[in-house]
Design a protein around this ligand. Structure first.
Ligand SMILES: Cc1cc2nc3c(=O)[nH]c(=O)nc-3n(C[C@H](O)[C@H](O)[C@H](O)COP(=O)(O)O)c2cc1C
Length: 121
């Protein structure tokens, strides 16, 4: 994004855009009941992935943001999120600004063999 690694103020300013949902017109907060465990979190993750794919299919961009959950008290107060819901993450939704450099960052993926162990029967 044109911010030097040693530009602490610039990096923080860029990071702060998380809490403005990057200027997106729609924002979401993903929660899960506090009694649910890691198995249920798999279900929430699958829901979220499906939602992202559906948005993408309709030409919409999105950004899942764990940073949104770093200030849960603010979210609870402002959005009326009850205590029995655990806040997992936030998400920004909108049409991607193609002129914004961060939207052209291609995060590389490890090859399949780094993540999957294939066992011969
Ligand atoms: C669980 C999770 C949490 C993330 N939290 C943030 C965040 O707080 N802020 C942010 O800018 N990006 C965050 N990201 C990254 C963006 O969502 C990222 O653009 C998106 O995962 C697309 O990934 P890709 O660039 O690897 O394809 C997060 C990603 C994941 C999977």
């Amino acid at each position: 994004m044109g911010i030097a690694r040693d530009d602490a103020a610039g990096r923080w300013a860029a990071q702060r855009r998380n809490w403005a949902f990057f200027g997106a017109p729609v924002a979401g907060v993903v929660c899960m009941h506090r009694d649910f465990g890691s198995v249920d979190a798999i279900g929430v993750g699958m829901f979220l992935q499906t939602l992202l794919l559906a948005l993408n299919e309709r030409g919409l961009g999105s950004c899942v943001q764990v940073s949104i959950g770093l200030y849960p008290d603010v979210l609870r107060e402002q959005l009326g999120i009850p205590d029995d819901l655990t806040i997992l993450c936030g998400m920004s939704i909108g049409y991607a600004d193609e002129a914004f450099p961060a939207n052209h960052v291609a995060t590389p993926r490890d090859p399949l063999c780094e993540n999957v162990v294939f066992l011969d029967a």
